[in-house]
Write a protein that binds this ligand. Structure first.
Ligand code: GLU
Length: 465
């Protein structure tokens, strides 16, 4: 089978939103799954609305998601020569013609058609006039007047369009700008795209595009139109339902792996599996399993997936994702080995990297600040003895591994006659400043002798006033 070539062609008129990211992901996954190629194309012919800032935001979001491209980015604004050649070809082969109908006349026709309850449609005045190029003239596509055009959609099944409903649409405006459907087809043909997976808001463009493929003598790609993403209230997903920009989720502490997992499940399934790593998805993705019904955006599900991915990601891989959140809080990020040790203690209890960074604060503090209530309750005179005993025991430890720490605590229990709980809470407050934290042995193992002993001694000094 020929190499699968897919594409993602965003219009750079804003940030990359969730729906666009899902489209990019489906195309990228299909290319990666089949060992094919993935092309990135910037559809910036709408000069008034396209911005470099938006192009950069799209790159940034794709890079964060780990969606890489094999070809491009191509920019439509730099491909006018190619479009003009294809206009010439369609003119030469009789598939297009110049039209000089005035805007006023077209407007009037349009208004009359709408008033009569019909669909506005070009009446074909210039269709057989054989006009040459000239100022103010547009080029129109000579669409078939009868018959049907069938979109064999791999997701939706066949969709039949009456050609009589499609008019002789403009492919080149009088100002020299080619139109949307035309440039998309020229690009897809010249870039060898053979699979087009996109949102079903493009279904109505497709019959015109199919006619253009045929007129250009090109093979049709496989088309698959994916249902739109809906909000929890089942209306089309919008800002009302939460952040729409992909990178907003990065900034809220989501992992790209979780985002990808979440996005892919908004339209694709594999039995009743929910958790997928990037490699799982590359191995399992298929167009056949893209669903026909709309995916519903569920922020709780995204959060739960994020927690699962935080747990499943090896600490060394999590470090670069966590580091910016630590840095934002003024915490040091240079000692990656230390951060790597911290992560497993926090991963089971963190749903986002923001939560993880917040919970990590105490590991870095040089002078632990006590939560007032916690200190009042647990750093009391009766805690002095067990804390002092523990300090002495830890000083004698060669190794801060769990069995050694356990033995040190057991010895304190034996000698003070106190239960572990009575000892652990004052120690926890001494080491973390509060009463909620990972397991006490885990914390001590991460903090190591120097930090642990300094904190225990500070707590003793606090108790002794
Ligand atoms: N540029 C179009 C968009 O952003 C995509 C066109 C296509 O996929 O054919 O919606």
């Amino acid at each position: 089978m020929a190499t699968i070539i897919t594409r993602f062609p965003p219009s750079p008129t804003g940030y990359l939103h969730l729906g666009g990211a899902r489209t990019a992901l489906f195309n990228w996954l299909y290319a990666r799954h089949t060992g094919g190629r993935f092309v990135l194309r910037i559809e910036d012919t709408d000069q008034a609305r396209s911005t470099q800032q938006s192009v950069d935001a799209i790159f940034e979001a794709l890079e964060w998601l780990g969606i890489d491209w094999d070809e491009g980015p191509y920019y439509q604004s730099r491909r006018y020569d190619i479009y003009n050649q294809r206009v010439e070809k369609l003119l030469e082969t009789g598939h297009a013609y110049y039209c000089e109908c005035s805007t006023e006349r077209l407007e009037r026709m349009r208004a009359e058609a709408l008033a009569a309850g019909g669909k506005p449609k070009y009446d074909g005045t210039c269709r057989e006039r054989g006009l040459a190029a000239g100022p103010g003239r547009v080029v129109r596509f000579k669409a078939p007047l009868s018959g049907t055009t069938v979109l064999e959609d791999v997701i939706k099944g066949p969709i039949v369009f009456q050609n009589a409903e499609l008019d002789d649409f403009i492919i080149l405006r009088s100002d020299g700008h080619p139109t949307y459907n035309f440039v998309v087809v020229v690009d897809d043909v010249t870039m060898g795209i053979n699979h087009v997976i996109r949102g079903d808001d493009h279904v109505n463009n497709t019959p015109r595009q199919i006619l253009l493929y045929k007129a250009l003598g090109a093979d049709l790609p496989v088309f698959g139109h994916v249902p739109m993403v809906l909000g929890p209230d089942r209306t089309r997903l919008s800002k009302r339902h939460g952040a729409m920009s992909v990178t907003a989720y990065r900034d809220m502490g989501y992992l790209p792996a979780a985002m990808i997992n979440f996005l892919v499940r908004l339209g694709w399934s594999c039995g009743d599996e929910e958790f997928f790593t990037r490699n799982d998805l590359i191995a399992k993705f298929s167009i056949e399993n893209i669903g026909r019904s709309a995916g519903v955006f569920n922020p709780e599900k995204l959060l739960a997936l994020n927690a699962d991915h935080i747990k499943a990601t090896p600490p060394s891989e999590l470090v670069p994702h966590l580091a910016p959140f630590l840095a934002q809080r003024g915490l040091p990020v240079d000692d990656t080995a230390y951060i790597e040790k911290i992560i497993p203690t926090l991963a089971p209890r963190s749903k986002t990297l923001v939560e993880m960074a917040e919970a990590a604060r105490f590991y870095f503090e040089t002078d632990i600040a006590y939560d007032e209530k916690a200190a009042a309750k647990f750093l009391k005179p009766e805690a002095a003895e067990p804390l002092a005993l523990l300090t002495a025991n830890l000083k004698g430890l060669a190794d801060f591994d769990e069995p050694s720490l356990e033995a040190a605590f057991t010895d304190v229990m034996d000698r003070s006659g106190l239960k572990l709980g009575k000892i652990a809470q004052p120690v926890r407050v001494a080491l973390t400043g509060g009463t909620v934290s990972p397991g006490i042995f885990e914390i001590i193992a991460v903090l190591g002798p120097e930090r642990t002993l300094a904190r225990l001694e500070k707590a003793l000094a606090h108790i002794r006033g």
